[in-house]
Design a protein around this ligand. Structure first.
Ligand code: ADP
Ligand code: XUL
Length: 532
C-alpha cells in the first residue's frame, strides 16, 4: 500500500451487539471509527443485546436481515460524516464466530446483479432460506454434538481432527439441527456462510469463501490439512461440501469490491476485498499478539487466547488456525458469562452505573477477604454449568454477599477462571509476560486492575477498545502484499503499540496464588453438583 495519507483500509466487525468500522491510513493511524448498535439503531428487530432468546432457554438467534440493514445504515452514516470511499484500497472484516447464514437458491445471481439505486436490505429481502441465524450463544444442539463425537470415534478424536470436541454453538452442529428440524429450508439452501464470510459476500457481490481460522470453529474442518473433514461432513448433513465450498487462507484477496458499492458510494473499482475472519482471530491480529503473551477480550463473551506453534487439541478449549500466519495456530477459551453478567450485577449492585461498579472494586481488598463467587447466568462453556454459587472464606456456600463484595467476587471469579483454564492449556506466567486486554470492558481501569492482580502481570491495552475491527483493517492492508511474501508483522510495523494500562498491586501474587487453587477446587465442586 502506498504511504499517501489519503489512502486507507477499512475493517468491519459484525459482532453480537453492533456493527463497527475502523479506517486506517497508510501510516496505520485510525482516521475514522463508527458503529451501528442493533438494539437501539434497529429497534424494529426487537433484539436484546443483539439476539433473540427463544422460549426453550437454549436457542439463540439473530435476524440475518438486521445485519444487512446495519450495513446499509453504517455506509450512510459514514457518507454523512464525509468519509471519502474513493480512498479505500482494501476492506476486510470479522464476525462473531460460529453463527451461520443460509443463502436461498438463486441468491448468488442476485448478489452479482445488485441495483445501486436500492439499499441492500430491500434487494436481499428474499435471499435467505433461514431468516433467524443461529449464533454463538446458542446451546440447543447437545443431541447433534453427541452424535458427531460418536460418529468419529469420540470427543478426543473429534478434537484431534477439528481442534475442538463437539460444542453446541459450533456451526456443524447447528447445520445438523437445521437439516433435521427444517429439511425444506436446508434443501432450499444454496450456500452456507459464517457471519464473517456472509459479510464478505455482501462486499464482494458473490459468495465469499470461509477462511481457515473462522472455519476452525465449525467442528467440520481438519485444522492440519485445512480441508473439510469427510467423516465430519458425513455425520452432519448431506450435500454439505457443495453448500460450503472450499475454505481459504485468511490472507486471501477475494477479488474487487462489487460494482454496487462503486456506483452507490463511490468506492474505486479496484478496491480489494480480503477474506473476512472470526472476531477472536481478528483480535489476535489487532493486538499484534506475540508468542508468550496472553490476550483477554472482554466483550459480550469473554475470551482468552494465545499464539501457539504446536497445537495439542484437548477436551477443554479450542485450537484454531492462526489468521495471520498459516504455519501457526491459536488456542482459545470462550466464556459466555462475560459483559452481560457484569451488566446484571452492575444493575443490581451499583444502580446501573459503571462508576459505582468501579468504586466497589476500588474499595474492597484483593482476595475479597476470602469470599469467592461463580456467576453463570447462562450455561457456561468451560465448565458446562449454570447457576450462581457464593462461598465464604471457609468454602461454605452462602446465599448473599454485600453489594461491594458481590461486585468483587464476580470480577475476581471471572479472572481466576480465565487463569485456571489458560494454565490447563499449558500457559505459564513468566517474567516479561504481558496481558493484552480488549473489548468493551477494557475501558474500565478498575476491572483491568483486578485482571492485572489476578494474573500478577502488567495489563496493556490498545487505543481502540475493539481490536477485532482494527485487526481487520490491518489484515486488509496485509492482504494487499501477502501474495508477495510480506509477513503480517512487517506489514503492520509502525502501528501504534499496546500501552501499559495497569501494573499488579504489591502483594498480588501472594494473595492470588492460593486463591487460584481454591477457585479450581470450588469450580470442580460446582460441576459435580451439576452432574449429581
Ligand atoms: P461485542 O462482543 O458486541 O463486540 P464489545 O466488545 O463492544 O462487545 O463490548 C460491549 C460490552 O462492553 C457491553 O455489553 C458493556 O457491558 C461493556 N462495557 C462498556 N463500557 C464499559 C465500562 N465502562 N465498564 C465495564 N464494561 C463496559
Ligand atoms: C468464540 C465465541 C465468541 C464469539 C463472540 O468461540 O463463541 O467469542 O466469537 O463474538
Amino acid at each position: 500500500m502506498s504511504t499517501l495519507t489519503s489512502s486507507c483500509c477499512l475493517g468491519f466487525d459484525f459482532s453480537t451487539q453492533q456493527l463497527k468500522v475502523v479506517a486506517i491510513d497508510g501510516n496505520l493511524q485510525v482516521v475514522h471509527q463508527n458503529n451501528v448498535h442493533f438494539d437501539s439503531d434497529l429497534p424494529e428487530f426487537r433484539t436484546q443485546s443483539g439476539v433473540h432468546l427463544h422460549e426453550d432457554g437454549l436457542t439463540v438467534t439473530s435476524p440475518v436481515h438486521m445485519w444487512v440493514k446495519a450495513l446499509d445504515i453504517m455506509l450512510e452514516k459514514m457518507k454523512k460524516a464525509g468519509f471519502d470511499f474513493s480512498c479505500v484500497e482494501a476492506i476486510s472484516g470479522s464476525g462473531q464466530q460460529h453463527g451461520s447464514v443460509y443463502w436461498k437458491k438463486g441468491s448468488r445471481a442476485r448478489l452479482q446483479g445488485l441495483d445501486p439505486a436500492k439499499d441492500l436490505h430491500s434487494l436481499l429481502q428474499d435471499s435467505f432460506a433461514v431468516v433467524d441465524s443461529p449464533v454463538w450463544m446458542d446451546s440447543s444442539t447437545t443431541k447433534q454434538c453427541l452424535y458427531l463425537e460418536s460418529a468419529v470415534g469420540g470427543a478426543q478424536q473429534l478434537a484431534d481432527i477439528t481442534g475442538s470436541r463437539a460444542y453446541e454453538r459450533f456451526t456443524g452442529n447447528q447445520i445438523a439441527k437445521i437439516h433435521q428440524l427444517q429439511p425444506d429450508k436446508y434443501n432450499e439452501t444454496e450456500r452456507i456462510s459464517l457471519v464473517s464470510s456472509f459479510a464478505a459476500s455482501l462486499f464482494l457481490g458473490d459468495y465469499a469463501a470461509v477462511d481457515y481460522s473462522d472455519g476452525s470453529g465449525m467442528n467440520l474442518m481438519n485444522i492440519f490439512s485445512k480441508q473439510w473433514s469427510k467423516p465430519c461432513l458425513n455425520a452432519t448433513a448431506p450435500m454439505l461440501a457443495e453448500k460450503l465450498s472450499d475454505p481459504t487462507p485468511a490472507t486471501t484477496l477475494l477479488g474487487p469490491i462489487s460494482p454496487y458499492f462503486v456506483k452507490r458510494f463511490g468506492f474505486l473499482e479496484n478496491c480489494k476485498v480480503v477474506a473476512f475472519t472470526g472476531d477472536n482471530p481478528g483480535s489476535l491480529a489487532g493486538m499484534q499478539l506475540q508468542e508468550g503473551d496472553i490476550a483477554v477480550s472482554l466483550g459480550t463473551s469473554d475470551t482468552v487466547f494465545l499464539w501457539i506453534k504446536e497445537p495439542r487439541p484437548a477436551l477443554e478449549g479450542h485450537i484454531f488456525c492462526n489468521p495471520v500466519d498459516c504455519t501457526s495456530y491459536m488456542a482459545l477459551i470462550c466464556y459466555k458469562n462475560g459483559s452481560l453478567t457484569r451488566e446484571r450485577i452492575r444493575n443490581e449492585c451499583s444502580g446501573g452505573s459503571w462508576e459505582g461498579f468501579s468504586s466497589a472494586l476500588d474499595s474492597t481488598p484483593m482476595g475479597n477477604n476470602g469470599s469467592i463467587g461463580v456467576y453463570f447466568d447462562v450455561v457456561e462453556i468451560t465448565p458446562p454449568a449454570i447457576g450462581v454459587y457464593r462461598f465464604d472464606q471457609h468454602d461454605k456456600r452462602v446465599d448473599a454477599f454485600t453489594r461491594e463484595v458481590e461486585i468483587r467476587a464476580l470480577v475476581e471469579g471471572q479472572f481466576l477462571a480465565k487463569r485456571v483454564h489458560a494454565q490447563k492449556l499449558g500457559y505459564r506466567i513468566i517474567p516479561g509476560t504481558k496481558v493484552l486486554a480488549t473489548g468493551g470492558a477494557s475501558s474500565n481501569k478498575a476491572i483491568l486492575q483486578v485482571l492485572s492482580d489476578v494474573f500478577s502481570a502488567p495489563v496493556y491495552t490498545i487505543d481502540v477498545a475493539n481490536s477485532a475491527c482494527l485487526g481487520s483493517a490491518y489484515r486488509a492492508m496485509h492482504g494487499l502484499v501477502a501474495g508477495t511474501g510480506v509477513s503480517f508483522k512487517d506489514a503492520v510495523k509502525g502501528a501504534p503499540a499496546a500501552q501499559l494500562a495497569v501494573r499488579p498491586s504489591p502483594g498480588a501474587m501472594e494473595v492470588y496464588g492460593p486463591l487460584l487453587k481454591r477457585y479450581a477446587d470450588l469450580e470442580a465442586k460446582v460441576l459435580m453438583a451439576k452432574t449429581q
